[in-house]
Write a protein that binds this ligand. Structure first.
Ligand code: PLP
Length: 343
């Protein structure tokens, strides 16, 4: 059978032979004692890339986000974020379940929220009977909105607002790499507007496991304690950190190819009848489209029979994500399959 083209997510990539070699050869130690040289190197490398003092390797993006929220809040506090933010939709209710905090949600446009929307939601300091607003969270790129990029000018004005009110800023930067490659804005510039951020290495960069959170030394010291308290203290984890280190050293620039492939796929879709797609929203590696003549389930099932895997992207929407295990030829084939299924 022909190769299965898997566009369900950029998390489906398998480590390349070179990445596996780096993992095989990794020097390791006990990371709970901070003695794993490969983890230490990864943390320093990513902290430098992001222009932060310190960083911590964590098993997943979700744990990274949730540790940061936990460190910046007390039970009863509130964090403002966009209504379809990953921390709200897909992180198992952990803000409430573990940190005892609530999220105050804003309807964004393409995942973007503004200073004007946020300011009225900030609780007055005098209102001791209200939850205490503690932080603002932004997701860049925004997953549910389709890999859209949050404009830097908007981030800057939100950060100024956060400063005025003494609020923390947290970035869910699972795909910050994609935003940076697409805009040319350095990672450190994006990171400079946030107190803490979480970046995923197991998505577009293609490592099998892991995310990194970054902040100042005091914050990361506390995050290290919380990670252990949540059962995330890992031992000779340099084996997987080596895959992550290989990924951040080799796989950032090439994300431009994924963006090109997503653009190419979305243009192919726009040429089909019975498809609604907004090409202006295809900023990075995620393509969202609405099939008009068949249900999402039908499109996904029929594409699967022909060797193309897609996922649901919300009500009535199909999602396709490009990544380092698909190339131009795969995209050409994907477009042919989609044409057969959708026309
Ligand atoms: C925007 C965003 N944040 C966080 C995560 C969580 O990452 P993980 O699956 O590693 O927990 C994801 C996963 O898809 C994501 O898309």
């Amino acid at each position: 059978m022909d190769k299965i083209i898997d566009l369900r997510s950029d998390t489906v990539t398998k480590p390349s032979p070179e990445m596996r070699k780096a993992m095989y050869e990794a020097e390791v130690g006990d990371d709970v004692y901070k003695e794993d040289p490969t983890v230490n190197e990864l943390e320093e490398y990513v902290a430098d890339l992001l222009g932060k003092e310190s960083a911590l390797f964590v098993p997943s993006g979700m744990m990274g986000n949730q540790i940061c929220l936990n460190v910046m809040t007390q039970p009863g506090d509130e964090v403002i974020c966009e209504r379809t933010a990953h921390i709200f939709q897909y992180e198992s209710g952990t803000p409430a379940a573990i940190s005892g905090i609530q999220l105050n949600l804003i309807e964004g446009e393409n995942g973007v929220i503004t200073r004007e929307q946020i300011e009225p939601l900030i609780r007055p300091e005098s209102a001791y009977y209200m939850p205490r607003t503690r932080a603002i969270e932004i997701e860049n790129t925004h997953n549910v909105a389709g890999g859209t990029i949050h404009p830097i000018s908007n981030i800057k004005s939100i950060q100024e607002l956060a400063d005025e009110y003494g609020l923390f800023m947290h970035l869910d930067g699972a795909r910050l790499w994609n935003a940076s490659v697409a805009t040319g804005i350095p990672l450190g510039e994006y990171a400079s507007y946030f107190d803490s951020l979480s970046v995923c290495i197991s998505k577009g960069l293609g490592a099998p496991v892991g995310s990194v959170i970054a902040s100042d030394v005091g914050f990361i010291k506390e995050a290290f304690r919380v990670r252990k308290a949540w059962g995330g203290g890992m031992r000779q984890v340099g084996i997987i950190a080596a895959g992550a280190l290989y990924a951040v050293k080799h796989n950032i620039k090439r994300l431009a190819e994924d963006h090109e492939n997503a653009k190419n796929l979305s243009e192919g879709l726009a040429n089909l009848e019975n498809v609604e797609i907004n090409l202006d929203n295809v900023h990075t590696n995620i393509v969202m489209f609405k099939p008009l003549a068949k249900s999402v389930e039908q499109v996904i099932a029929e594409c699967k029979e022909k060797g193309l895997l897609l996922g649901p992207g919300g009500v009535g929407i199909v999602r396709a994500v490009t990544h380092l295990d698909v190339d131009k030829n795969d995209i050409k084939k994907a477009k042919e399959i989609l044409a057969e299924v959708i026309q």
